[in-house]
Design a protein. Structure first.
Length: 175
């Protein structure tokens, strides 16, 4: 009997999820409430499949899709490829709704296409910070960069360390 490996199981779960999200969207489109509804679908985190070139903590591993669907959208079919992070979602949604997003101090508007847009991610014993002009990946154990490239890597070193320190301090101060 044929045994599925982890990559096959991962792809199979994608196909299953895609099928049932499609069924839900088809159902939703037939409902009266759809025209006033925003549906956002976002992955939780990256996965080791497919294999990524370079190091284990490659920024490609951490790229995730986010889909905005629904009748409440004024424009459709737009692809936005800004460098952003999951922490930007709540900030952005509140910004669009003209709500108070001041509590989301680590977020920014993901539709902002400024040259200063960046994403920062952490993993066990390190962090990565990326923008359109560079990447910096740091290892806490060796206290050295794992990899760095681009003309902004030195700035991303400082930004990544500051964000990591600020977020840790924020965590410690929360009750």
């Amino acid at each position: 009997m044929w045994q599925k490996n982890q990559d096959d199981l991962f792809r199979s779960s994608h196909a299953y999820t895609d099928k049932y999200i499609g069924k839900f969207i088809d159902f939703a489109k037939k409902q009266d409430w759809y025209k006033e509804t925003l549906i956002v679908i976002m992955a939780d985190h990256g996965h080791s499949s497919p294999k990524h070139e370079g190091e284990y903590f490659s920024p490609k591993k951490f790229q995730i899709p986010m889909l905005w669907l629904g009748g409440a959208l004024h424009q459709k079919g737009i692809n936005i490829d800004n460098i952003t992070s999951q922490v930007d979602f709540s900030y952005t949604l509140l910004d669009l709704l003209k709500g108070n997003n001041s509590e989301f101090k680590f977020g920014k508007n993901l539709f902002n296409n400024s040259d200063k847009q960046y994403a920062h991610y952490v993993f066990n014993k390190g962090f990565g910070t990326i923008n359109k002009d560079g990447f910096y990946l740091f290892d806490y154990v060796s206290k050295k960069p794992i990899t760095k490239y681009g003309k902004t890597s030195a700035n991303l070193d400082s930004l990544g360390k500051a964000l990591t320190q600020d977020s840790y301090q924020d965590f410690l101060e929360r009750k």
